[in-house]
Design a protein around this ligand. Structure first.
Ligand code: FE2
Ligand code: FE2
Length: 286
């Protein structure tokens, strides 16, 4: 085992799975029956940026593939790209349902896509990889919340809930792949640390700076901006009792430790649910 994977007793090797969800498009604005329309719009806004974001992650990891010599990591990189491609395909279908009812959603996707393409075209490559590992940290945190707090998905339309669950399982499965590429090609020294720490700080500001106004605009388009009950539930699901965001604040900050590694927060136990999940998903598709 190479040094960059020293954090793992038994490395987790991701697997590409070709899974389709057949989401009911007519429920795009209301699919989370329990959490209400504001929380639904919040996850929908997050979905808008996933296909272009995942394209960005794939491009950045692929750009370094030739520099990887560890055969296990090479295999993990291939599976990472395969998983993100499948996620992207399913979120494109998800977003098409949203694009049919929202005029801001496709504009936002295009705008973020242009920013990410420009970064890959004009910025030095390590910047793109620093952005990738920062945003992969974000997705790993969101995934950990979905997997560790069942109330986040309870009472949601089953196909949408299944898509988020599948995405969460696979984001957890591959959460260290881009990071291990980073440690292999950029390193673990002070310069590498500074770049990845600044990368997360910048990604956090840019991500929320872009997402929050669009989230509000999606709600405005749906006429749900002043839905007080919806906002109460949104608070409960993000920062309150259920706390999708709240329960990850410590894990978020952990990234700033100089010797951080994604598997320091060892949540691989959730991966044991994958087979059971796939059987359930099959029954849903039947
Ligand atoms: Fe993904
Ligand atoms: Fe990912």
């Amino acid at each position: 085992m190479s040094d960059n994977r020293k954090h793992q007793e038994a490395p987790v090797l991701p697997v590409r799975r070709d899974v389709r969800f057949g989401l009911p498009a007519d429920q795009i604005g209301s699919w989370h029956y329990t959490a209400g329309p504001v929380f639904t719009a919040f996850l929908n806004t997050f979905s808008i940026v996933l296909p272009v974001g995942e394209r960005f992650f794939m491009d950045n990891v692929r750009a370094y593939r030739d520099q990887i010599t560890d055969p296990e990591l090479k295999k993990a990189v291939t599976a990472f790209i395969g998983q993100e491609a499948m996620h992207s395909r399913e979120h494109i279908e998800y977003n098409n349902a949203l694009f049919a009812v929202s005029s801001i959603a496709p504009k936002f996707e295009k705008f973020v896509g242009k920013i990410l393409t420009s970064i890959n075209k004009y910025a030095p490559r390590p910047i793109g990889l620093a952005g990738t590992i920062a945003l992969e940290h974000f997705t790993a945190l969101l995934a950990d919340s979905v997997l560790s707090e069942p109330r986040i998905s309870e009472g949601a339309e089953p196909h949408y809930a299944a898509l988020w669950r599948w995405h969460s399982l696979e984001e957890t499965e591959h959460k260290a792949v881009a990071y291990d590429v980073w440690e292999t090609v950029i390193g673990t020294g002070p310069g590498a640390y500074a770049l990845r720490a600044v990368g997360l700080a910048a990604a956090t500001v840019i991500f929320w700076g872009l997402v929050i106004p669009v989230f509000l605009e999606v709600l405005r388009e749906e006429g749900k901006l002043t839905d007080v009950d919806g906002w109460k539930k949104f608070y409960k699901f993000t920062m309150g009792d259920i706390g999708l965001i709240r329960i990850q604040l410590r894990n978020y900050i952990d990234y700033f430790r100089p010797d951080f590694h994604p598997w320091d927060h060892d949540n691989r136990k959730y991966l044991e649910q994958i087979d059971e999940f796939l059987a359930y998903q099959q029954s849903l598709a039947a």
